[in-house]
Design a protein around this ligand. Structure first.
Ligand SMILES: Cc1ncc(COP(=O)(O)O)c(C=O)c1O
Length: 236
């Protein structure tokens, strides 16, 4: 199966590690030539039409992979986490995850519904305003739950906090504090766009006395972004 990626903007003069990796993994990469992230949506349709015309059968994956079926990965991850937590007898008072397109958080919400587990789950919204993020998460979680044959999650199961700081992809002071703490205390690498902001939210909730016990925080990756950011001159 081939892979065609549609990215917004233009080919950067210095390739980002994610771009290098994508090509190394065999992807064909196209740029929309438009700096707006939404330009990817039409770019995907154009690429799909072209591939169809060439006799291929493209399966279009939207930005963030945000489709109901994509929630099933994190729903399964929730089930696996519960098995591991039950094995060691730990009941988190809170689960935290970074939320962009919302599909990861939606998967966890759907997983909780499918397992009939009540557990507080909070998403650190890194790209969209809180209300818009929560709506997306609830809609995607509903799609995921339906695929799993689970009851539709209630709006009250979707907790979202604003963790954007100065904006999507731009480091926040809170996230940078969390990054330093995670690096020096645990040797844990956080990326500035997602995981740093989720860990930053944890520090905020702790400072507000809003955490009553063990916390399970999902480290969702982003290592290539983290290293590129540090290599570009950040001081941690
Ligand atoms: C490292 C990392 N964490 C979290 C997310 C957010 O996931 P979602 O789009 O499912 O909300 C992303 C999305 O690109 C990511 O790269």
């Amino acid at each position: 199966m081939g892979c065609t990626l549609v990215l917004y903007g233009d080919e950067p003069p210095l390739p980002h590690p994610n771009l290098v990796l994508a090509r190394r993994f065999g992807a064909e990469v196209r740029f929309t030539g438009d700096p707006r992230r939404e330009s990817v949506d039409a770019g995907l349709e154009d690429a799909a039409a072209e591939l169809r015309g060439a006799g291929h059968r493209p399966y279009v994956v939207p930005r963030g992979g945000a489709r109901g079926v994509a929630t099933l990965g994190y729903a399964a991850a929730a089930t696996e986490a519960f098995e591991q937590l039950d094995a060691v007898g730990v009941e988190p008072s809170l689960m935290l995850v970074a939320t962009g397109s919302g599909v990861s958080q939606a998967g966890l919400v759907a997983g909780l519904a499918a397992e009939d587990r009540r557990m507080r789950l909070a998403g650190a919204a890194v790209s969209r305003p809180v209300d818009e993020t929560a709506e997306r998460v609830l809609a995607l979680a509903g799609e995921g739950a339906a695929l799993l044959g689970a009851p539709a999650p209630a709006a009250s199961s979707v907790e979202v906090h604003d963790a954007r700081g100065p904006g999507y992809g731009i480091p926040s002071a809170e996230g940078e504090r969390a990054t330093a703490l995670a690096a020096t205390h645990e040797g844990l690498i956080l990326d500035p766009a997602f995981t740093a902001k989720a860990f930053g939210l944890l520090l905020r909730l702790l400072a507000a006395g809003d955490v009553g016990g063990p916390v399970l925080i999902w480290h969702t990756g982003g290592t290539a972004v983290a290293l590129a950011h540090r290599a570009a001159g950040s001081d941690l």
